[in-house]
Design a protein around this ligand. Structure first.
Ligand code: ASP
Length: 322
């Protein structure tokens, strides 16, 4: 590769893209890169391993490590972009965390695979090739953290895993930002919410506040909420429909909010923009609403917002703008 080739750092964390056995991701980052010789024609690549886990085991500590490493790599003039390989189960969470804390306009692309290496029709190599192609592309700059699988390019904010098929990753209600065709990234949309260098949620602390997610269902009773609320600084309510909260829980939640808990209404529905003060009087109760973020992404935004403020009105502004 010529010396003026774009320099791309690939950071590996495990997941099916590296998983040759049912229990563990076993392939190293070098193994992943060697499996795609075409990468060498595109970029000068270095590889680092930050974790080697199935993504159900990705932790907040892993996120902090990743964010630090990516921010320091992107501050180097000669690094053009970063690719993160990741298990698909929590890929959207890591990608959204990075979308809020990376302090650079340079491309960061998170990629996984729905099929393991050596399985029939394995998609990891093609996805990794596309991820590097996106990271090398000047049009990917300033678009926030991107996710690619199945030749689609998604915003980390909007995308979620929807099935176990090859086209698992979708941005319900909003659509992809673009596609990769024959190694060429094509963008059609650009994210409008604050991200990366414009995010107001950069952080310098080593510990993030604890935020739980409570899932609602017909007949839900206050006991599960009460059992955990006191141990957390924030709760995301994965409510029915418009993030609704049954009347049977309002006293318990109201008391927890008066004690200082931040309560955010999201929805268990695939894509909903939660409306404030509709069936629930958010202004009176001091609740926050999650806009269109799903519960697992609302949790990430709230953890970061709680490092800045506990004021529900200010936290609502973060949800409305990020
Ligand atoms: N179990 C895998 C994970 O680590 C699934 C995948 O990567 O597709 O998330």
């Amino acid at each position: 590769m010529e010396s003026n080739a774009p320099k791309i750092l690939i950071v590996t964390t495990g997941g099916s893209i590296a998983q040759t056995s049912p229990m563990d991701p076993t392939l190293s980052g070098d193994d992943l890169v060697q499996a795609v010789p075409e990468l060498r024609d595109m970029a000068s690549i270095s590889v680092e391993q930050v974790a080697q886990v199935l993504s159900a085991d990705i932790s907040v500590e892993d996120w902090l490590k990743l964010a630090c490493r990516i921010n320091s790599a992107l501050s180097e003039d000669d690094i053009q972009g970063v690719v993160v390989t990741h298990g698909t189960d929590t890929l959207e969470e890591t990608a959204y965390f990075l979308n809020l804390v990376v302090e650079s306009e340079k491309p960061v692309v998170v990629v996984g695979a729905m099929r393991r290496p050596y399985s029939l029709g394995a998609d990891g190599s093609a996805n990794l090739f596309n991820a590097v192609a996106i990271a090398c592309n000047p049009n990917a700059k300033g678009k926030g953290v991107l996710v690619t699988l199945n030749s689609e390019i998604h915003s980390a904010r909007d995308v979620t895993k929807t099935t176990s098929n090859l086209d698992a990753f979708k941005a319900a209600g909003l659509g992809p930002l673009g596609y990769v065709r024959s190694g060429r990234p094509l963008f059609y949309r650009t994210p409008t919410r604050m991200h990366t260098s414009a995010s107001k949620l950069h952080f310098s602390c080593r510990i993030l506040p604890r935020v739980a997610i409570h899932y609602s269902y017909a007949g839900v009773t206050p006991d599960i909420f009460e059992a955990t609320a006191s141990a957390y600084e924030g709760v995301i309510w994965a409510g029915t429909g418009n993030g609704n909260l049954p009347k049977s829980l309002r006293v318990a939640v109201g008391e927890a909010v008066r004690r200082g808990l931040v309560f955010v209404r999201a929805s268990r529905v695939n894509f909903v923009v939660v409306e404030r003060n509709d069936e629930v009087d958010d202004d009176t109760l001091g609740f926050v609403t999650a806009d269109s973020l799903n519960p697992q992404k609302a949790r990430i935004l709230l953890m970061l917002a709680l490092t800045k403020t506990t004021d529900p009105a200010k936290i609502q502004e973060f949800f409305d703008t990020h």
